[in-house]
Design a protein around this ligand. Structure first.
Ligand code: SF4
Ligand code: SF4
Length: 216
């Protein structure tokens, strides 16, 4: 299955949050009130006004210091989306997969409302959220209108370090393999997560659990 893919090189992410802000700007999403709850991750989780979030976590290193783990997260546009499978059991076509692989919600809000609970519960990463403002479930839509017009997604365009990349499947997989080889050379380890299942490929150099703290 071809189509569009993201490639996230976590070794290049500096947590500038340019992708997070670009997403808000493109989607005209307001900032929310936040508080210091013991982490620089802000807000604490994805929400109805936040479709992309840079997760922060820190863990002790062998050198007796702390290491940051940054992880820009949004919908992974799964190749066989569990959310769509579950939603179809409630109401057909509440979720549509477009021609380049974006997992999208129907504009039929009545239909979508019926399936909202199933959609939220079925996502392995709990990505979709209810928007009080829009009165519907929301998440990353792969900037499908920009992509259909030949543009990159707003978030990947904003990334200044080459951490968040977007393009054709073959291009992203080639880049992922090159960066994986470079990471193994530099750090002695590395892997691409969920390679066969999703359209967002993550290169990590440590245990997956270290990159994705449970939100408070
Ligand atoms: S990441 Fe979650 S919301 Fe996105 S397509 Fe996969 S199951 Fe659906
Ligand atoms: S692809 Fe578009 S909607 Fe999705 S996280 Fe990036 S900017 Fe937001």
């Amino acid at each position: 299955m071809a189509g569009k893919f993201f490639f996230v090189d976590t070794t290049r992410c500096t947590a500038c949050r340019g992708c997070q802000i670009a997403c808000k700007q493109w989607n005209k999403l307001p900032a929310g009130k936040t508080m210091q709850y013991g982490s620089y991750q802000n807000p604490a989780d994805l929400d109805g006004n936040t479709y992309r979030l840079v997760r922060f976590d820190e863990h002790p290193s062998k050198k007796n210091s702390m290491v940051w783990y940054f992880f820009t997260e949004a919908c992974r546009h799964c190749l066989a989306p569990p959310c769509k499978k579950k939603a179809d059991q409630v109401v057909k076509d509440a979720i549509i997969v477009n021609d380049f692989g974006a997992v999208l919600y129907t504009k039929d809000t009545k239909k979508l409302k019926k399936a909202a609970k199933a959609i939220k519960q079925a996502c392995p990463w709990s990505i979709p959220n209810w928007s009080n403002k829009k009165k519907q479930i929301v998440k990353c839509h792969m900037c499908h209108e920009r992509v259909a017009a030949g543009l990159k997604t707003a978030c990947s365009k904003a990334c200044p370090t080459g951490a968040l990349n977007f393009g054709e499947e073959a291009e992203m997989k080639k880049l992922a393999n090159e960066r994986l080889a470079a990471a193994k050379k530099k750090f002695g380890k590395g892997e691409i997560l969920d390679l066969e299942d999703v359209r967002v490929l993550y290169l990590v150099i440590d245990e997956q659990s270290k990159y994705r703290p449970v939100a408070l």
